[in-house]
Design a protein around this ligand. Structure first.
Ligand code: T4K
Length: 386
């Protein structure tokens, strides 16, 4: 019997190839490959419509978008951010010569704790860079209050938050409206992918124009360069793929939701396993399914990580290590472990289980059974053959 293929934490969604080929034909015919071609314009319009936002600027990936967002708002000095994220969040600050100041996270959402933000403000602070971790919205009102009180900018790393909405004034509104800018990722591992890609949600046409210049070397026209811009443009290939992907996104998110619901049901009573709850009124995108493996769990987090791998299930520890533990950050005073107890505990306990639309129900059940078995230190027998 052939061994079962490994199950990764995610598997990218793709449209049927025959749906994508006509887009390729158009690119081949037109020979417009990049620099703001027709698919680029169409995807910007389609995403504004789909996400319910007014202005969006497409990028080659979210990391360059974060770097550019900081440039666009001329951020310097210190920026208060979270250690509990993918390294790109803090790296984007370093690429701008900005000092990251890490603060601890809230134990319920693992998003930045607003009370800690206020305590970390100094005369050098210019902005706050939170992430909507796993797509769970931050306490956006509290963060905005602090930003208003101290005259700070807010740039959300919204890499996980494609399509996430929350109730505001009796209606569901995109979480991407909050802050001065929000940055999305369309990487292969994300809910919505363009192979590689990203975007900045802009509050107004003027800001979008500045960002559009910045992502195109600072060019305004053939001979005028207004800023030290970068090349952050999304190609026509990626934009075309995005258009094809959008047709399937609602079904993909619904399938993710069904998988999450099944995991929750199966893991509800497993001792030592905690699942994160979302604030009320949120329409999630089910981008990740993190569990926190606490002290009451027999195998421990890393024991479970190994047990899953032995069964061909490649769960991932997003986010371990903390960003503040990497060599380029650990010398900062704010990286001191004693100041980040909640983030540290989460980083030591978290395991993201596989979640993606093509994941079969029987695999969800098998994964949950491995997790349940580890709670009482009786790992399931090996091997799992197809
Ligand atoms: N901010 C936040 C909060 C982020 O999470 C990220 C990205 C960013 C900013 C930056 O966004 P981008 O600049 O990337 O647009 C992955 C992704 O590479 C990264 O985009 C993502 N966060 C991060 C959370 O996860 P790795 O090192 O775990 O990727 P990798 O290659 O190990 O992929 C995970 C699994 O997914 C693989 O084991 C198999 C599967 N996979 C992956 C790829 C790339 C596939 O099946 N097909 C694929 O093409 O970082």
């Amino acid at each position: 019997m052939a061994p079962k293929k490994p199950i990764y934490v995610t598997q990218p969604e793709l449209p049927p190839l025959e749906e994508f080929l006509p887009y390729l034909q158009k690119i081949w015919d037109a020979r417009v490959l990049t620099n703001g071609g027709p698919f680029h314009a169409m995807l910007e319009a389609a995403l504004c419509d789909h996400l319910g936002v007014k202005h969006i600027s497409l990028f080659t990936n979210a990391t360059i978008a974060l770097v550019t967002a900081l440039q666009a708002l001329r951020i310097g000095g210190e920026v208060i951010t979270t250690p509990y994220s993918f390294v790109a969040t803090a790296h984007s600050l370093m690429w701008n010569g900005v000092k990251p100041v890490f603060v601890d996270v809230d134990p319920e959402t693992l998003n930045m704790d607003p009370a800690r933000i206020e305590a970390a403000i100094t005369p050098q602070t210019t902005a706050i860079m939170p992430i909507h971790c796993y797509g769970t919205p931050c306490d956006v009102e509290a963060i905005q209050r602090i930003a208003d009180d101290y005259n700070l900018k807010v740039i959300y790393d919204a890499a996980h938050a494609f399509g996430v909405r929350r109730e505001e004034g009796g209606e569901q509104r995109s979480v991407l409206h909050h802050g001065d800018l929000s940055v999305l990722s369309f990487h292969a591992t994300k809910v919505f992918n363009t192979f590689e890609g990203g975007a900045i949600i802009c509050p107004d046409a003027k800001t979008k124009q500045r960002i559009d210049h910045l992502k195109n070397f600072g060019f305004v026209n053939e001979t005028t360069v207004v800023a030290t811009g970068i090349n952050g443009k999304m190609s026509e290939f990626n934009a075309a793929l995005g258009l094809a992907q959008l047709k399937h996104i609602d079904a993909a998110i619904a399938r993710r939701g069904a998988i999450e619901a099944r995991y929750r049901e199966l893991l509800r009573d497993v001792p030592g396993v905690r699942m994160l709850e979302r604030p009320a009124g949120v329409t999630p995108n089910h981008s990740y399914f993190p569990i926190l493996v606490g002290p009451g769990y027999a195998l421990g987090r890393d024991g479970l990580y190994r047990s899953l791998r032995e069964h061909g299930v490649m769960a991932r520890r997003y986010f371990y290590p903390l960003i503040s533990d990497f060599p380029m950050y650990r010398g900062l005073p704010s990286a001191d472990a004693a100041r980040l107890p909640v983030a540290r505990a989460a980083s030591d306990q978290v395991l993201c289980l596989p979640i993606y639309p093509a994941l079969a129900n029987e695999d969800v059940e098998r994964i949950a059974a491995i997790v349940a078995a580890g709670a009482v230190a009786t790992p399931l027998p090996m091997p799992l053959a197809a």
